[in-house]
Design a protein around this ligand. Sequence first.
Ligand code: AMP
Length: 224
Amino acid sequence: MSVGSATFHSVFLGPPGAGKGTQAKELVDRGDVLHISTGDMLREHVQGGTDLGRQAKEFMDSGRLVPDELIISMVDERLVRPDAAGSWILDGFPRTVPQAEALDSSLERAGAPLTHVIYFRVPHEGLIRRLTGRRTCSDCGAIWNVFTKPTREEGVCDACGGALKQRADDREDAVEQRLQQYNALTEPVLGHYSDRGILVEIDADRSPEQILEDLVSALQEASI
Ligand code: AMP
């Protein structure tokens, strides 16, 4: 399955743990798509010890959102790089209404509007388990879960043998804070897009294969 020749500018929206990053990585493996994850970008800044990383770390570790002005300029700068000229998926941005408004203005200036906002709908009850069970391979980035997708050997990646890590913000107290921030600040972003005809709702409480199938057909439907 590929995403075909459609060019799209897509936002993946939904609570933490809904599977947005996992699905974006699958789509990247199938076609010519750029995955822009603001969480991944921020984690690279933290690891690299940049100014932005130093400012963001405290917010991230406690499960709070990084201030809008920091994140908006980071995304603006990312979207003007040459590799963002084709299809892309924005994963984890926008997460507040001011971020959505800033994205609208940037894309309007660039003459390259959003083609899809994909809403990953999942029941919130299972999210704490999905997040606290999540482990990421420190070598290849594969995502596992001690409850729902365990590796053969605990702590070792099935794909490459790398060591698995738990993100600091996947611990229970930070997870609760992240879900609260989602409800208060990110859910209203759905309303921002609801009357534009680009919002597509996907039932993300199914197998990864079924979700991927729906995503591919949604992304093929409307394109630039
Ligand atoms: P994620 O990997 O998308 O769950 O993001 C991890 C953390 O990075 C979040 O809990 C926030 O602290 C921060 N972050 C990522 N994207 C954003 C955003 N669009 N706005 C504010 N903070 C963000």
